[in-house]
Design a protein around this ligand. Structure first.
Ligand code: GLU
Length: 276
């Protein structure tokens, strides 16, 4: 048996569409074609947008497509303790600070340089004194936790990672600025949860859409800080419809569910996704 371990990690905020089928099939084949393991992870930390109904639909749709996975499905919402432990380690290294800014505060900082997700956080809360932080917390002001990426970069040192799409890449720890690692409404963030889970699940090859490629710079930084091994990456192009548009959850007619109900076979979906 090969040591390759891949995963498909959808967020249950809607029904799966053809673009997801492509992504899931890519991950499944990358493992199974070489005798490796394929894992399924449900990324449901966003309690407002994720629904149990969509999680159930993901399991049904993938099984219909002919995909099976190894072991139990990992549901992120059941593992907040794991993310909390990683957060404590980063906090213990002095790399985390509370941020009390609202979205409006951040949007108002027009002059901030932009990163892949829009304006970089201008650093307003980075320099608050312990006394100011204490007062804001005592007043019940909600806060997120951010990574001080300049300090984090110094602690991690230079790093590289390998991506099948982009080759051998030099990590850019500052790309997203001081990223949120625990949100105001949930005690983790996408970046932290994905990094902790890929580590705990022993993922050796991360396949996912190229829209998530920039985030890899942050994930590998977190791996360095937390002493995790860095997997290999294979970002893939995004499947587009006949008009060249990316599939989106809003395109209801193109969900796997709708295709199945209109009589399209699983084999046909696999073919449309480019797999025979
Ligand atoms: N949950 C993410 C999504 O649905 C994917 C995360 C990942 O593969 O790293 O877009």
């Amino acid at each position: 048996m090969s040591s390759v371990v891949t995963r498909f990690a959808p967020s249950p905020t809607g029904y799966l569409h053809l673009g997801h089928a492509f992504s899931a099939l890519t991950a499944w084949h990358a493992a199974r074609d070489v005798g490796g393991r394929f894992l399924l992870r449900i990324e449901d930390i966003d309690i407002r947008r994720c629904k149990a109904e969509f999680t159930e639909a993901i399991l049904v749709d993938l099984a219909w497509l002919g995909l099976d996975w190894d072991g139990e499905v990992r549901r992120q919402s059941r593992h907040f303790d794991d993310y909390g432990a990683a957060l404590d380690r980063l906090g213990g290294m002095g790399l985390v600070y509370p941020c009390f800014c609202t979205r409006a505060d951040i949007a108002a900082a027009q002059s901030a340089p932009h990163g892949p997700d829009g304006p970089l956080y201008p650093g307003t809360c980075r320099h608050r004194t312990p006394e100011e932080r204490r007062q804001l917390m005592q007043a019940g002001t909600e806060f997120a936790l951010r990574l001080d990426v300049e300090k984090a970069a110094a602690a991690a040192g230079p790093y590289r990672f390998h991506d099948a799409l982009c080759g051998d890449v030099e990590g850019d720890p500052l790309l997203f600025g001081d990223v949120v690692i625990a949100r105001k409404d949930t005690p983790t963030s996408y970046h932290l949860a994905v990094t902790v889970d890929d580590h705990l699940q022993g993922v050796t090859l991360v396949t996912r859409g190229e829209d998530l490629y920039p985030a890899t710079h942050v994930h590998v930084l977190l791996q360095r800080l937390l002493d995790y091994a860095t997997p290999r990456y294979a970002h893939h192009r995004l499947l587009t419809d006949a008009d060249g548009r990316r599939f989106a959850k809003r395109d209801r007619s193109l969900t796997l569910r709708a295709m199945r109900e209109s009589g399209v076979s699983a084999a046909e979906v696999r073919r449309q996704a480019g797999f025979v």
